[in-house]
Design a protein around this ligand. Structure first.
Ligand code: TXA
Ligand code: MG
Length: 346
Protein backbone atom coordinates (compact mmCIF):
# COMPACT_ATOMS: atom_id res chain seq x y z
CA UNK A 1 0.00 0.00 0.00
CA UNK A 2 1.25 3.49 -0.77
CA UNK A 3 2.11 5.59 2.30
CA UNK A 4 0.11 8.77 2.95
CA UNK A 5 2.41 11.27 4.67
CA UNK A 6 1.46 14.48 6.46
CA UNK A 7 2.46 17.64 4.62
CA UNK A 8 4.54 18.93 7.55
CA UNK A 9 8.20 19.94 7.29
CA UNK A 10 9.44 16.34 7.49
CA UNK A 11 6.89 15.09 4.95
CA UNK A 12 7.68 17.90 2.57
CA UNK A 13 11.42 17.22 2.85
CA UNK A 14 10.78 13.55 2.08
CA UNK A 15 8.63 14.43 -0.93
CA UNK A 16 11.19 16.88 -2.31
CA UNK A 17 14.00 14.34 -1.86
CA UNK A 18 11.91 11.73 -3.70
CA UNK A 19 11.31 14.13 -6.61
CA UNK A 20 15.02 14.95 -6.73
CA UNK A 21 15.76 11.21 -6.96
CA UNK A 22 13.48 10.82 -9.95
CA UNK A 23 10.63 9.24 -8.00
CA UNK A 24 6.91 9.88 -8.31
CA UNK A 25 4.98 11.73 -5.57
CA UNK A 26 1.21 12.20 -5.39
CA UNK A 27 0.13 15.61 -4.12
CA UNK A 28 -3.11 17.54 -3.58
CA UNK A 29 -4.23 20.46 -5.70
CA UNK A 30 -7.42 22.52 -5.49
CA UNK A 31 -8.86 20.61 -8.46
CA UNK A 32 -7.84 16.96 -7.99
CA UNK A 33 -4.77 15.09 -6.72
CA UNK A 34 -1.83 14.88 -9.15
CA UNK A 35 0.81 12.20 -9.74
CA UNK A 36 4.00 14.25 -10.01
CA UNK A 37 7.59 13.87 -11.15
CA UNK A 38 10.41 16.28 -12.00
CA UNK A 39 9.37 17.79 -15.34
CA UNK A 40 12.96 18.15 -16.53
CA UNK A 41 13.72 14.43 -15.98
CA UNK A 42 12.39 12.17 -18.78
CA UNK A 43 13.06 8.97 -16.82
CA UNK A 44 11.05 10.23 -13.85
CA UNK A 45 8.23 11.34 -16.16
CA UNK A 46 8.12 7.91 -17.81
CA UNK A 47 7.48 6.40 -14.36
CA UNK A 48 4.22 8.36 -14.20
CA UNK A 49 3.02 6.78 -17.44
CA UNK A 50 3.96 3.30 -16.20
CA UNK A 51 2.06 3.79 -12.93
CA UNK A 52 -0.99 5.30 -14.57
CA UNK A 53 -1.16 2.83 -17.44
CA UNK A 54 -1.41 5.81 -19.76
CA UNK A 55 -0.24 5.75 -23.40
CA UNK A 56 3.13 7.50 -23.58
CA UNK A 57 2.17 9.93 -26.34
CA UNK A 58 -0.41 11.63 -24.13
CA UNK A 59 0.90 14.93 -22.76
CA UNK A 60 1.07 15.99 -19.10
CA UNK A 61 0.55 19.33 -17.39
CA UNK A 62 3.67 21.00 -15.96
CA UNK A 63 2.85 22.51 -12.56
CA UNK A 64 4.88 25.59 -11.68
CA UNK A 65 5.56 27.53 -8.49
CA UNK A 66 3.99 30.99 -8.33
CA UNK A 67 6.17 33.55 -10.05
CA UNK A 68 8.00 30.97 -12.21
CA UNK A 69 9.60 32.26 -15.38
CA UNK A 70 7.20 31.16 -18.14
CA UNK A 71 9.82 31.87 -20.80
CA UNK A 72 11.80 28.85 -19.59
CA UNK A 73 8.92 26.55 -20.58
CA UNK A 74 7.10 28.41 -23.35
CA UNK A 75 8.05 30.54 -26.32
CA UNK A 76 6.40 32.75 -27.35
CA UNK A 77 4.38 33.75 -24.29
CA UNK A 78 1.63 35.82 -25.92
CA UNK A 79 0.00 38.75 -24.08
CA UNK A 80 -3.23 36.81 -23.74
CA UNK A 81 -1.36 34.12 -21.78
CA UNK A 82 0.19 36.69 -19.45
CA UNK A 83 -3.16 38.41 -18.93
CA UNK A 84 -5.06 35.27 -17.94
CA UNK A 85 -2.13 33.93 -15.91
CA UNK A 86 -2.08 37.16 -13.91
CA UNK A 87 -5.81 37.01 -13.37
CA UNK A 88 -6.30 33.30 -12.61
CA UNK A 89 -2.99 31.92 -11.26
CA UNK A 90 -2.65 30.37 -8.84
CA UNK A 91 -5.85 28.62 -9.84
CA UNK A 92 -7.71 26.01 -11.90
CA UNK A 93 -6.55 27.17 -15.33
CA UNK A 94 -4.08 25.32 -17.60
CA UNK A 95 -2.55 27.15 -20.55
CA UNK A 96 -1.41 25.43 -23.74
CA UNK A 97 1.60 27.24 -25.24
CA UNK A 98 4.41 26.55 -27.71
CA UNK A 99 7.14 24.77 -25.76
CA UNK A 100 10.85 25.52 -25.43
CA UNK A 101 13.67 22.97 -25.68
CA UNK A 102 13.69 22.78 -21.86
CA UNK A 103 10.51 20.68 -22.00
CA UNK A 104 11.31 16.99 -22.61
CA UNK A 105 9.38 15.00 -25.23
CA UNK A 106 8.30 12.67 -22.43
CA UNK A 107 6.19 15.49 -20.98
CA UNK A 108 4.53 16.65 -24.21
CA UNK A 109 4.14 13.28 -25.87
CA UNK A 110 6.45 14.64 -28.56
CA UNK A 111 4.25 17.53 -29.60
CA UNK A 112 5.39 21.12 -29.88
CA UNK A 113 3.08 22.55 -27.24
CA UNK A 114 3.18 22.35 -23.46
CA UNK A 115 0.48 22.62 -20.79
CA UNK A 116 1.31 24.89 -17.80
CA UNK A 117 -0.50 25.59 -14.56
CA UNK A 118 0.15 27.15 -11.13
CA UNK A 119 -2.10 25.29 -8.66
CA UNK A 120 -3.88 27.03 -5.77
CA UNK A 121 -3.37 24.66 -2.88
CA UNK A 122 -1.05 25.33 0.08
CA UNK A 123 0.53 21.85 -0.06
CA UNK A 124 1.11 22.00 -3.82
CA UNK A 125 2.46 25.55 -3.54
CA UNK A 126 4.89 24.61 -0.75
CA UNK A 127 6.02 21.49 -2.61
CA UNK A 128 6.59 23.41 -5.85
CA UNK A 129 8.52 26.21 -4.23
CA UNK A 130 10.60 23.81 -2.10
CA UNK A 131 11.37 21.71 -5.19
CA UNK A 132 12.01 24.93 -7.08
CA UNK A 133 11.17 23.57 -10.50
CA UNK A 134 8.30 22.30 -12.64
CA UNK A 135 6.44 19.14 -11.64
CA UNK A 136 4.79 17.21 -14.47
CA UNK A 137 1.57 15.65 -13.22
CA UNK A 138 -1.59 14.09 -14.57
CA UNK A 139 -4.51 13.37 -12.27
CA UNK A 140 -3.50 10.60 -9.84
CA UNK A 141 -5.83 7.90 -11.17
CA UNK A 142 -5.45 4.92 -13.48
CA UNK A 143 -5.98 5.86 -17.11
CA UNK A 144 -9.63 6.55 -17.91
CA UNK A 145 -10.83 6.25 -14.32
CA UNK A 146 -12.42 8.83 -11.99
CA UNK A 147 -9.94 11.49 -10.74
CA UNK A 148 -9.03 11.43 -7.02
CA UNK A 149 -10.12 14.28 -4.76
CA UNK A 150 -8.75 12.83 -1.51
CA UNK A 151 -5.53 11.08 -0.46
CA UNK A 152 -7.37 7.81 0.25
CA UNK A 153 -8.69 7.80 -3.34
CA UNK A 154 -5.07 7.78 -4.53
CA UNK A 155 -4.25 4.93 -2.13
CA UNK A 156 -6.99 2.85 -3.74
CA UNK A 157 -5.80 3.60 -7.30
CA UNK A 158 -2.23 2.39 -6.93
CA UNK A 159 -0.70 -0.46 -5.01
CA UNK A 160 2.87 0.78 -4.88
CA UNK A 161 4.77 0.99 -1.57
CA UNK A 162 7.26 3.40 -3.18
CA UNK A 163 4.63 5.98 -4.09
CA UNK A 164 4.52 8.76 -1.49
CA UNK A 165 1.16 10.49 -1.17
CA UNK A 166 1.08 13.91 0.50
CA UNK A 167 -2.04 14.46 2.63
CA UNK A 168 -3.93 17.61 1.72
CA UNK A 169 -7.56 16.98 2.61
CA UNK A 170 -10.41 17.08 0.12
CA UNK A 171 -9.72 19.08 -3.06
CA UNK A 172 -11.73 22.31 -2.83
CA UNK A 173 -12.99 22.37 -6.43
CA UNK A 174 -13.15 18.68 -7.24
CA UNK A 175 -13.05 18.88 -11.07
CA UNK A 176 -9.93 19.16 -13.23
CA UNK A 177 -8.69 22.56 -14.42
CA UNK A 178 -10.00 24.48 -17.39
CA UNK A 179 -7.62 23.96 -20.34
CA UNK A 180 -7.17 27.04 -22.55
CA UNK A 181 -5.20 26.79 -25.78
CA UNK A 182 -3.53 30.13 -26.47
CA UNK A 183 -1.38 29.02 -29.41
CA UNK A 184 -3.85 30.08 -32.11
CA UNK A 185 -5.48 33.33 -33.22
CA UNK A 186 -8.41 32.79 -30.85
CA UNK A 187 -8.06 31.48 -27.28
CA UNK A 188 -9.91 28.16 -27.18
CA UNK A 189 -11.21 26.11 -24.26
CA UNK A 190 -10.23 22.44 -24.72
CA UNK A 191 -11.63 21.27 -21.39
CA UNK A 192 -14.20 23.22 -19.34
CA UNK A 193 -13.51 23.77 -15.65
CA UNK A 194 -14.04 26.18 -12.77
CA UNK A 195 -12.59 29.08 -14.76
CA UNK A 196 -15.45 29.59 -17.21
CA UNK A 197 -15.58 31.05 -20.68
CA UNK A 198 -17.49 34.07 -19.32
CA UNK A 199 -14.77 34.70 -16.72
CA UNK A 200 -12.03 34.49 -19.37
CA UNK A 201 -13.91 36.75 -21.80
CA UNK A 202 -14.56 39.30 -19.06
CA UNK A 203 -10.83 39.49 -18.26
CA UNK A 204 -9.60 39.47 -21.83
CA UNK A 205 -12.26 41.75 -23.25
CA UNK A 206 -12.44 39.51 -26.31
CA UNK A 207 -14.24 36.33 -27.36
CA UNK A 208 -12.99 32.92 -26.30
CA UNK A 209 -13.90 29.84 -28.35
CA UNK A 210 -15.13 26.62 -26.87
CA UNK A 211 -13.89 23.58 -28.74
CA UNK A 212 -16.98 21.80 -27.36
CA UNK A 213 -17.64 18.19 -26.56
CA UNK A 214 -15.89 16.98 -29.70
CA UNK A 215 -12.60 18.70 -28.94
CA UNK A 216 -11.49 15.20 -29.41
CA UNK A 217 -7.97 14.31 -30.35
CA UNK A 218 -5.85 11.38 -29.24
CA UNK A 219 -3.46 13.97 -27.75
CA UNK A 220 -5.97 15.09 -25.15
CA UNK A 221 -7.00 11.92 -23.36
CA UNK A 222 -9.30 13.83 -21.00
CA UNK A 223 -11.21 14.68 -24.15
CA UNK A 224 -11.76 11.10 -25.27
CA UNK A 225 -15.43 10.18 -25.34
CA UNK A 226 -15.13 7.79 -22.41
CA UNK A 227 -13.12 9.11 -19.47
CA UNK A 228 -13.55 10.01 -15.81
CA UNK A 229 -15.47 6.76 -15.61
CA UNK A 230 -16.49 4.53 -12.68
CA UNK A 231 -16.11 0.76 -13.13
CA UNK A 232 -19.85 0.15 -13.21
CA UNK A 233 -21.69 1.02 -16.44
CA UNK A 234 -22.98 4.54 -15.95
CA UNK A 235 -26.06 6.25 -17.38
CA UNK A 236 -27.13 9.90 -17.33
CA UNK A 237 -30.92 10.19 -17.01
CA UNK A 238 -33.15 13.29 -17.20
CA UNK A 239 -34.89 14.13 -13.93
CA UNK A 240 -38.32 13.66 -15.56
CA UNK A 241 -37.54 9.98 -16.17
CA UNK A 242 -36.49 9.52 -12.55
CA UNK A 243 -39.97 10.31 -11.21
CA UNK A 244 -40.83 6.66 -11.63
CA UNK A 245 -38.82 3.70 -10.46
CA UNK A 246 -39.07 2.02 -13.86
CA UNK A 247 -35.65 3.07 -15.04
CA UNK A 248 -33.86 2.00 -11.87
CA UNK A 249 -33.13 -1.71 -11.88
CA UNK A 250 -32.60 -3.60 -8.66
CA UNK A 251 -28.93 -3.75 -7.61
CA UNK A 252 -28.13 -0.44 -9.22
CA UNK A 253 -26.87 2.79 -7.64
CA UNK A 254 -28.36 6.26 -7.94
CA UNK A 255 -26.66 9.64 -7.88
CA UNK A 256 -29.41 12.17 -7.17
CA UNK A 257 -29.74 15.93 -6.90
CA UNK A 258 -33.42 16.76 -6.57
CA UNK A 259 -35.36 13.74 -7.85
CA UNK A 260 -36.95 11.44 -5.27
CA UNK A 261 -37.64 8.25 -7.16
CA UNK A 262 -39.29 5.38 -5.31
CA UNK A 263 -36.57 2.72 -4.99
CA UNK A 264 -36.31 -0.64 -3.32
CA UNK A 265 -33.77 -1.62 -0.69
CA UNK A 266 -31.36 -3.11 -3.23
CA UNK A 267 -30.70 0.34 -4.68
CA UNK A 268 -27.93 2.45 -3.12
CA UNK A 269 -28.47 6.19 -3.30
CA UNK A 270 -26.22 9.21 -2.88
CA UNK A 271 -27.50 12.77 -2.93
CA UNK A 272 -25.34 15.71 -3.97
CA UNK A 273 -26.14 19.41 -3.27
CA UNK A 274 -28.18 21.59 -5.65
CA UNK A 275 -25.44 24.18 -6.01
CA UNK A 276 -23.01 23.52 -8.91
CA UNK A 277 -19.79 24.27 -6.98
CA UNK A 278 -20.82 22.06 -4.05
CA UNK A 279 -21.93 19.34 -6.48
CA UNK A 280 -18.55 19.44 -8.27
CA UNK A 281 -16.71 19.29 -4.95
CA UNK A 282 -18.48 16.05 -3.99
CA UNK A 283 -18.94 14.42 -7.38
CA UNK A 284 -15.89 12.16 -7.71
CA UNK A 285 -16.05 10.96 -4.09
CA UNK A 286 -19.74 10.17 -4.67
CA UNK A 287 -19.00 8.16 -7.83
CA UNK A 288 -16.31 6.22 -5.98
CA UNK A 289 -18.61 5.52 -3.02
CA UNK A 290 -21.35 4.25 -5.30
CA UNK A 291 -18.94 2.20 -7.39
CA UNK A 292 -17.57 0.56 -4.23
CA UNK A 293 -20.93 -1.19 -3.80
CA UNK A 294 -20.32 -2.94 -7.14
CA UNK A 295 -23.72 -1.91 -8.49
CA UNK A 296 -25.03 -3.39 -11.72
CA UNK A 297 -25.30 0.16 -13.01
CA UNK A 298 -24.86 3.75 -11.80
CA UNK A 299 -27.75 6.00 -12.79
CA UNK A 300 -27.02 9.73 -12.55
CA UNK A 301 -29.76 12.36 -12.43
CA UNK A 302 -28.88 14.81 -15.20
CA UNK A 303 -28.16 18.25 -13.70
CA UNK A 304 -29.38 21.47 -15.37
CA UNK A 305 -27.90 22.69 -18.66
CA UNK A 306 -27.03 26.17 -17.29
CA UNK A 307 -23.60 27.72 -17.74
CA UNK A 308 -22.60 26.84 -14.15
CA UNK A 309 -22.94 23.15 -14.96
CA UNK A 310 -20.93 22.96 -18.22
CA UNK A 311 -17.80 21.37 -16.70
CA UNK A 312 -19.87 18.95 -14.61
CA UNK A 313 -21.95 17.89 -17.62
CA UNK A 314 -18.77 17.41 -19.65
CA UNK A 315 -17.41 14.96 -17.04
CA UNK A 316 -20.75 13.20 -16.51
CA UNK A 317 -21.15 12.74 -20.26
CA UNK A 318 -17.71 11.17 -20.54
CA UNK A 319 -18.22 9.06 -17.40
CA UNK A 320 -21.40 7.66 -18.93
CA UNK A 321 -20.24 7.23 -22.50
CA UNK A 322 -21.57 3.95 -23.96
CA UNK A 323 -18.12 2.86 -25.18
CA UNK A 324 -17.60 2.25 -21.48
CA UNK A 325 -14.87 3.04 -19.04
CA UNK A 326 -11.26 2.10 -19.56
CA UNK A 327 -11.97 -0.80 -17.20
CA UNK A 328 -8.80 -0.47 -15.19
CA UNK A 329 -8.45 -3.16 -12.55
CA UNK A 330 -10.58 -2.53 -9.51
CA UNK A 331 -8.91 -0.73 -6.61
CA UNK A 332 -6.86 -2.79 -4.26
CA UNK A 333 -8.89 -1.91 -1.17
CA UNK A 334 -12.31 -3.24 -0.24
CA UNK A 335 -15.17 -0.75 -0.38
CA UNK A 336 -15.18 1.66 2.57
CA UNK A 337 -18.86 2.41 2.37
CA UNK A 338 -21.01 -0.19 4.02
CA UNK A 339 -24.33 1.48 4.72
CA UNK A 340 -27.10 1.30 2.16
CA UNK A 341 -27.30 5.09 2.05
CA UNK A 342 -23.78 6.13 1.04
CA UNK A 343 -22.71 8.97 3.29
CA UNK A 344 -20.96 12.11 2.12
CA UNK A 345 -17.50 11.96 3.64
CA UNK A 346 -15.52 14.99 4.83
O1 TXA B 1 -6.71 20.02 -12.64
C1 TXA B 1 -5.90 19.44 -13.38
O2 TXA B 1 -5.65 19.86 -14.51
C2 TXA B 1 -5.20 18.21 -12.81
C3 TXA B 1 -4.32 18.62 -11.65
C4 TXA B 1 -3.49 17.47 -11.11
O3 TXA B 1 -3.51 19.69 -12.05
N1 TXA B 1 -4.45 17.55 -13.84
C5 TXA B 1 -5.04 16.86 -14.85
O4 TXA B 1 -4.11 16.23 -15.67
O5 TXA B 1 -6.24 16.79 -15.00
P1 TXA B 1 -4.53 15.12 -16.75
O6 TXA B 1 -3.25 14.67 -17.33
O7 TXA B 1 -5.37 14.11 -16.12
O8 TXA B 1 -5.30 15.95 -17.81
C6 TXA B 1 -4.59 16.94 -18.52
C7 TXA B 1 -5.19 17.17 -19.83
C8 TXA B 1 -5.18 15.95 -20.71
O9 TXA B 1 -6.43 15.85 -21.35
C9 TXA B 1 -4.05 16.25 -21.65
O10 TXA B 1 -4.16 15.59 -22.87
C10 TXA B 1 -4.18 17.74 -21.82
O11 TXA B 1 -4.40 18.15 -20.50
N2 TXA B 1 -2.94 18.30 -22.34
C11 TXA B 1 -1.73 18.27 -21.77
N3 TXA B 1 -0.82 18.82 -22.59
C12 TXA B 1 -1.47 19.22 -23.68
C13 TXA B 1 -1.09 19.84 -24.89
N4 TXA B 1 0.17 20.19 -25.13
N5 TXA B 1 -2.05 20.09 -25.81
C14 TXA B 1 -3.33 19.76 -25.57
N6 TXA B 1 -3.75 19.16 -24.45
C15 TXA B 1 -2.84 18.88 -23.53
MG1 MG C 1 -6.83 12.82 -15.84
Amino acid sequence: MSPVIPADDAGMARAVAALEHGEVVAFPTETVYGLGAAAHDPRAVRRIFALKGRPSDHPLIVHLPAGADLARWANPVPDVARTVAEAFWPGPLTLILQRTDAVPDAVTGGQETVALRVPDHPVAATLLSAFGDGIAAPSANRFGHVSPTRADHVVREFDDPDLLILEGGASRIGLESTILDVTGPMPTILRPGAVTRAMLEAHLGRPVADAGPRADTPRTPGQRDSHYAPHAPTRLVPVSELRTADCVASGSALLLREAEPPVDETVTTFRLPHDAAAYAHGLYAALRSLDAHHPTEIVIERPPDDADWIAILDRLTRASHPTGPARAPRWSEPPNVTSKEAKEEP
